[in-house]
Design a binder for this molecule. Sequence first.
Ligand SMILES: Nc1nc2c(c(=O)[nH]1)N[C@H]1C(S)=C(S)[C@@H](COP(=O)(O)OP(=O)(O)OC[C@H]3O[C@@H](n4cnc5c(=O)[nH]c(N)nc54)[C@H](O)[C@@H]3O)O[C@H]1N2
Ligand SMILES: Nc1nc2c(c(=O)[nH]1)N[C@H]1C(S)=C(S)[C@@H](COP(=O)(O)OP(=O)(O)OC[C@H]3O[C@@H](n4cnc5c(=O)[nH]c(N)nc54)[C@H](O)[C@@H]3O)O[C@H]1N2
Ligand SMILES: [Mo]
Length: 764
Amino acid sequence: MTEIEKTHSAHWGVFRARYDGDRLRVRPHPGDPDPSPVLDNIPAAVAHPARVGAPAVRRGWWERGPGRDPARGRDDYLTVSWDAVLDRLAEETHRVRTTHGDAAVYGGSYGWASAGRFHHAQGQLHRFLAVTGGYTRSVNTYSGGAAEVILPQVLGAFDSVSRNAVTWDAVAAHTDTVLAFGGMALKNSAIAAGGVSRHVERGAMRAARDRGAVFVLVSPLRPDLPEEVDATWLPIRPGTDVALMLALMHTVTAENRHDGDFLDTHCDGWEQLREYLFAAPVKDADWAAEITGIDASAIRELAWRIAYGRTLVTVAQSLQRAEHGEQPVWGATALAAVLGQIGLPGGGFNYGLGSLGHYGRLRNAVPVPTFSRVPNPVSSFIPVARVADMLLHPGETYDYNGAEHTYPHVRMAWWAGGNPFHHHQDLRRLRRAVAELDTFVVHDPMWTATARHADVVLPSTTTLERDDMGATSSDPLLVAMKQLVPPRGEARDDYDVLAALAHRLGHGDRFTEGRTSHEWLVHMYDRTRKALADRGLDAPDFDEFWERGELELPQRPDDGGVLGRFRADPAAHPLPTPSGRIQVGSAPIAGYRYSDHPGHPAWLEPTEAPDERHPFWLVSNQPATRLHSQLDFGAHSSGSKRSGREVVRIHPDDAAGLGISDGDVVRLHNDRGACLASARVTEDIRPGVLQLPTGAWWDPRPDPERPDAGDDALCVHGNPNALTRDHGTSRLAQGCTGQLCAVAVAPYPHEPPEVTAHTPPPLG
Ligand SMILES: Nc1nc2c(c(=O)[nH]1)N[C@H]1C(S)=C(S)[C@@H](COP(=O)(O)OP(=O)(O)OC[C@H]3O[C@@H](n4cnc5c(=O)[nH]c(N)nc54)[C@H](O)[C@@H]3O)O[C@H]1N2
Ligand SMILES: Nc1nc2c(c(=O)[nH]1)N[C@H]1C(S)=C(S)[C@@H](COP(=O)(O)OP(=O)(O)OC[C@H]3O[C@@H](n4cnc5c(=O)[nH]c(N)nc54)[C@H](O)[C@@H]3O)O[C@H]1N2
Ligand SMILES: [Mo]
């Protein structure tokens, strides 16, 4: 095979690759100033034993037919032909739809899959399910479930206040103080949905710092801001940020350094919030010091600093992925409003800046290629993180965003491009939930923990095995994602599999619109080409674009975004909130009368917090060495583990008290479950906090410390979702609360078992 270097892209960076018929060699895009080492995971995708080689069915389902089955996750698998499996699956889809109705099919299928615009697994599946009758869908994301509901009601549409509010260029040029709740870890901004051609965050932060900007990191973990910005670290007790925000607002207001004019002209609800700040218990620095573990003097000093010059408040997505996660998002909005900074260049508030690489960027001036949607004829939906509740409690009611809803009775769940046995909380509960299904279908290139629970496992190609286009609306590069290697085994593109099923169900033409994959790419590209031509810009035809491998798209200049325009003229550019202004308090939300979500930002005690039995907060954040669970077996991801196990960080004082040394295998546990991990003893973490990233594939075994707890009580690999709590953020948003839970930790007194998560199940 000739070794031609080709262009391709991933959520963690645009890259070039060569394949010699055996090894794939990958290098970052030459224009990327700070590429991500996560690229090193890619070569392992080509031929790893964890690849699904051929269509597989769970023995119990194939032999006994659909139905409730606690054997899901414990059964073995049979290899079958594509024709046999597609015939059976078409029949089963038809049975479920005609017997139980179209809402009995859950197509929520949340997940990141690949960066390609066409072979977007979720988009493909949703289209297939829509044309064949419809499906119960999911709303919002695991990423920002609480923020997605609160922000539009108090500040602005989610995208406009995360992606396009304060740009990194404006931070570099204008910001005096960056107050970063949860930090802006470079590991996180390495990732951008749809790909990223230039990682600019390190450079922008360094430029701001060189100009004299001060960075304040509020986080239990020191590496949440890069070393070179020399941040002041306030190691806060997890889950308490809103108390600090309230104390900052209180102190600034008590000293009359708040911006009363801005609150009058641009905000609504200040009366209620102000009353709360000054009502007993007064939300002053001493009050917050008790809750947050940060010295009152440090809080007062911070209140002084942020009231002068240009201040930017950021909140990492992690803060809202916890119980009452709406509060820190709303609190930071209100704090930036009290300071009168919202809408100023490099100032105010940008939700999630630094949490993802497509935030804080300029917007493209032309649309990027997008796969067309088909309307879903079914109206039934759930907030995405309520999936196990739905399966375990069909017909029961729940609150969401001011209304009461009922869980549908789902019989068939269908997943493509996501990994619920990675992303969901309390995985043993999720296992009990999927046992309730009649049929569980999963398309994935890999034998993930999810595939190992499915009745039907359809081997997908990876992005490396097909042509696609990579792009996102806040990156200037449109990338030809060229096929680098031939499809592995019997793997097929999700599009081809779903087209074949749609044909069997009599809707093939509507699904494909008569186009091959290649014809879809040309069709989707044409929208971008036309928009370029309309502006009189370089607008090559598809073949020429493909030949070049990439195309630079024009971007809009920074006009301050919606918040800048609103600040300049609030009457002409009102916000999409009930008052058209920033809601530092909200009468409509107060009107919902939710005990877990009042009508202004507030401190609410969490219902799960460390106690004597479970004295630690476990932070389960995003992994530095991979994207979620993807390519967990890749070189960079495995290189960071110890004896194949995930690493948990612990403070030296805590480790000493428990007799834990660096490198020891420890057992983390609570009443929901347990997992093993390798201890890393470090001063970079607040005492009383442990940190174990997500993404090590769930590897459940019996727990010798709890022999009666079942065969799946201990994850031997180190997946924190063995421990996390499956509970909504509040009745308002019902978002995911996976970031924080209470645990105990101890040295593991037995011989640690071998990790087998990357070895496929027995295949008959
Ligand atoms: N405890 C805890 N849990 C969390 C979080 C947390 O902070 N703490 N964070 C949450 C967040 S923010 C998120 S976004 C979720 C992420 O959860 P997911 O997005 O579900 O995680 P991924 O590992 O990215 O799953 C993508 C899956 O798609 C597969 N895939 C890749 N390409 C293709 C393809 O072309 N076709 C098909 N069919 N499949 C493909 C991959 O093999 C992988 O199994 O996790 C959430 N879970
Ligand atoms: N390398 C890598 N980057 C990623 C991803 C990945 O899987 N790998 N996933 C991407 C996705 S889908 C998303 S949604 C974003 C998520 O972006 P985030 O949710 O912001 O990312 P996390 O790493 O989970 O959390 C950031 C930091 O918040 C801190 N933190 C946790 N709890 C608290 C708290 O209560 N208070 C304060 N002040 N700090 C706290 C933790 O120390 C943690 O390191 O990341 C994206 N970036
Ligand atoms: Mo996410």
